[in-house]
Design a protein around this ligand. Structure first.
Ligand code: SAH
Length: 347
């Protein structure tokens, strides 16, 4: 086990870093490309890389680790085929991923951290705080092994699982490069969404990379009083500061932001909130994705009633705001994130 912490996981290496490493081992350049291809496959170890000489496989094993996450629990929805995984990582920590089957392709929702430091009042992932960042390899592994285990070809990725992706900025950027690489999983940036609770400096930093991914922002309230109650991050970056950053992001990248809004009964679902939300987003062309709140046993917050959701939508639409309601997938398996890990930690 000491291995696992001291040696670097080879799956976190960018192609150019792998080339350097292979060169420094006195191996010909084409080996790096062969190895990189293997690293997007569900291999159990270097011995599976059958087109490499045995001596090279051994050298790789001495220098790097190649770990695979273990399926600790798996639930499949009998209703819509959603598959939820609880993975055990090399150090015994757990994270979750969910594979969702949409008409436009299968989508995997991946975690970016073990736990989460952000403290949102409605979220199960943050209850025990943050334990650590995931490595790029550990984020990539979720895509590779969810695809291999479920047998469902993955064409889309959402970074909406456990953790705040922009709080683990460097590893997430590295993951994006790896998963996007034509010799790797080759998943296009336009098929990737990244969701943030609104870390303004990191949104500005992300904008500099000019990526074609979709940025989702978890807004959940249009006013500081409500938002600060449910999202502590709002005390550091308030609603207007966040929306300014969103406008800068759009100007720089040309990519419209999608706003997530979990409907919480009597908290953020009144006509006042709907009107203010419409005012604040007017003219941005942004899209609002209403999410029915998933009930978390530890929290007193409850979902809005269907009638309230309907009138909230009507108010937004009257004011020309583009709005959709997220379909609840896997209702029979509690597919909302953080809950499986939470149960496991309680034991
Ligand atoms: N930290 C990132 C990504 C992870 S959460 C973020 O905050 O965006 C993914 C989405 O699920 C966020 O919009 C989050 O606010 C929402 N979410 C968390 N718990 C929820 C719950 N119990 N019900 C509905 N949505 C929830």
């Amino acid at each position: 086990m000491t291995d696992k912490t001291e040696k670097e996981d080879i799956r976190s290496l960018l192609p150019e870093e792998l080339s350097e490493a292979v060169k420094s081992m006195g191996e010909p350049a084409f080996r790096a490309k062969q190895i990189f291809k293997w690293l997007s496959a569900p291999v159990d170890g270097f011995e599976d890389m059958t087109n490499l000489p045995k001596s090279l496989r051994e050298k790789l094993g001495q220098r790097f680790t190649l770990y695979r996450p273990v399926v600790e629990r798996k639930q499949t929805s009998a209703l819509d085929g959603t598959v939820k995984y609880l993975w055990r990582l090399a150090d015994g920590n757990h994270v979750e991923s969910v594979v969702m089957r949409y008409e436009h392709g299968n989508t995997v929702c991946v975690s970016s951290e073990v736990g989460c430091p952000m403290g949102c009042a409605f979220c199960a992932s943050t209850i025990g705080g943050k334990v650590r960042n995931l490595t790029a390899a550990e984020i990539l592994d979720q895509v590779i092994y969810a695809q291999a285990d479920s047998g469902l070809h993955i064409s889309n990725i959402v970074l909406m699982g456990i953790g705040e992706p922009l709080d683990n900025f460097d590893n997430v950027m590295r993951f994006l490069k790896l998963v996007n690489d034509p010799n790797g999983m080759n998943i296009g940036m336009r098929h990737i969404s990244l969701s943030t609770c609104g870390l303004v400096e990191k949104i500005d930093k992300l904008a500099q990379y000019d990526l074609q991914l979709t940025l989702s922002v978890s807004l959940h309230a249009p006013d500081d009083e409500t938002r600060s109650k449910i999202m502590p991050v709002n005390r550091a970056y308030n609603v207007d500061t966040l929306l300014d950053a969103c406008r800068r992001y759009f100007r720089r990248t040309g990519r419209r932001i999608s706003f997530e809004y979990a409907m919480i009964r009597d908290v953020n679902d009144t006509p006042y909130h709907a009107k203010l939300l419409a005012e604040k987003l007017a003219g941005t062309g942004s899209h609002v994705n209403l999410i029915p709140l998933n009930e978390v046993p530890e929290s007193k917050l409850r979902p809005s009633t269907p009638e309230t959701v309907r009138s909230f939508i009507a108010t937004l639409e009257e004011k020309n705001i583009n709005v959709t309601v997220r379909r609840k997938l896997g209702p029979d398996i509690e597919a909302s994130c953080g809950q499986l890990r939470r149960e496991r930690e309680k034991r």
